[in-house]
Design a protein around this ligand. Structure first.
Ligand code: BGC
Length: 452
């Protein structure tokens, strides 16, 4: 039995996170416009088992039940995303009252239960109608996004106090436009830097729109993965630097310093265009907080076969790996938080996602799902956040990914990240042991140091 605990600061915001396409289902209900994920998941060969988000966790219809689950866990906050096409079926123009009413009800339901809503505007489900006009490759998208954001702020800002412009621009550009494994499925070294630039222009425009409309806080969510050289060899050190520039600094630097990392010219060569100073000035519009998603680190070596980075991740024989093949490394979590504090002006930080996929059975036994690996991951990573706070990093809250098992993008339903199990045949929700653990953490505002 453990008696030692790591206490968190008073008022620490304990939450759980989800995203619209991953949980809602009913993608075309009540006048919603199709998204690029609807289109992508319905394209044969794109997603494992041909899984789609047509039903997902059926949250669109079961949201009341899900609010009750959140309340049972004692969540202080819930991070969800708005499906752009539910509010604006064509991406721009007329507001769809059916979609607006859904988020209206959800926000009211959260507030009635004392749970703070944290809203992400873009978690990857771009309206297909905008993709038809070039999507993230069309420079007009910054204005389209600002108009959509303004509509959402007007609808909910009196009640929502924390807004996120974009979730993980790196994944949108890398998966959607460089490697093509995520919607809209393009594979082009020319398109990826254009998409990144337009994503960050949209972020800046979304922040500016918030300053005109909103009264509370707006931030950006980035996924950070420390890149550690596999050896002292100069080539490996340079590969780790390139990988860091590409995944981490490509978005942090413009958002906070108004610069772009030099290494990107080397990575993209003639496909890279420098961002004009005026654009960078708009992109670095001050944010109220930085959201950080952390899952893993990457021990990196020089690898000319890997296009276009010439870098690859080296498996670590002594490490544990999750079901998505990600190395478990809580110490790297503390390290990246300390680095952000040191190099980016000690911003207010929320951990907007952290969690792990491990195998769980499709059906619960006697109302229980034992998931010791996920619980262990959670305990160790919460300890890492605590260590960072102890070192002076201004971390104000933590959102576990994810509340529910859900649609894990190109993996379909094969990877379970939830602390609450979903039986996809019956839609029954069962809090896993990790949910019970997290509930106790929230209640105590403290994390047990070792298994108790
Ligand atoms: C995303 C989530 C995703 C999770 C696990 C993050 O990159 O924001 O949507 O499910 O990681 O892959």
């Amino acid at each position: 039995m453990s008696t030692t605990t790591k206490a968190f600061p008073t008022g620490f915001l304990w939450g759980a996170a989800t995203a619209s396409y991953q949980i809602e289902g009913s993608p075309l209900a009540e006048g919603a416009g199709a998204s690029i994920w609807h289109r992508f998941s319905h394209t044969p060969g794109r997603v494992t088992n041909g899984d789609t988000g047509d039903l997902a966790c059926d949250h669109y219809r079961r949201w009341r039940e899900d609010l009750a689950l959140m309340q049972d866990l004692g969540l202080k906050a819930y991070r969800f995303s708005i499906a752009w096409g539910r509010l604006y079926p064509e991406g721009t123009g007329r507001l769809n009252p059916g979609g607006a009413a859904f988020y209206d009800r959800l926000v009211d339901g959260l507030l009635e239960r004392g749970i703070e809503p944290v809203v992400t505007l873009y978690h990857w489900d771009l309206p297909a109608a905008l993709d038809d006009r070039g999507g993230w490759l069309n420079p007009d998208i910054a204005n389209w996004f600002a108009d959509y954001a303004t509509g959402a702020y007007r609808l909910l800002d009196g009640r929502v106090r924390k807004w996120v412009t974009l979730n993980e621009p790196w994944v949108v550009a890398d998966g959607g436009y460089l490697h093509g494994v995520l919607a809209p499925g393009h594979r082009s070294p020319y398109e990826a830097p254009i998409a990144s630039r337009n994503l960050m222009r949209a972020h800046g425009a979304g922040v500016a729109a918030y300053r005109a409309e909103g009264k509370h806080e707006v931030g950006l969510v980035v996924n950070l993965e420390p890149k550690v050289p596999a050896s002292d060899a100069a080539a490996d050190v340079a590969a780790a630097q390139r990988a860091d520039a590409y995944m981490n600094r490509q978005y942090l630097d413009p958002a906070i310093h108004g610069t772009c990392p030099d290494e990107l010219r080397q990575v993209f060569q003639d496909a890279w265009t420098d961002w004009p100073a005026a654009e960078l000035a708009a992109i670095r519009a001050p944010i109220d907080f930085l959201g950080i998603n952390y899952y893993s680190r990457g021990v990196t070596r020089h690898d000319p076969a890997q296009w276009p980075l010439a870098a690859s991740t080296v498996p670590q024989p002594s490490s544990t790996y999750t079901d998505t093949g990600w190395e478990v490394c809580p110490a790297a979590f503390t390290a990246i938080l300390r680095r952000v504090a040191a190099e980016y002006g000690n911003p207010a930080i929320y951990i907007t996602e952290n969690g792990s996929a491990f195998y769980d059975p499709p059906v619960a036994t006697n109302g229980r799902i034992h998931d010791p690996l996920r619980t262990d991951y959670l305990r160790a990573h919460l300890g890492a956040v605590h260590d960072a706070i102890g070192a002076g990093v201004d971390v104000r809250g933590y959102f576990v990914w994810s509340l529910l098992d859900n649609y894990e993008w190109a993996h379909g339903y094969t990877k379970r990240f939830g602390i609450v199990h979903v039986d996809y045949a019956t839609m029954t929700r069962t809090p896993k042991d990790s949910a019970r653990f997290y509930r106790d953490v929230i209640a105590a505002n403290a994390v047990p140091v070792s298994p108790g």
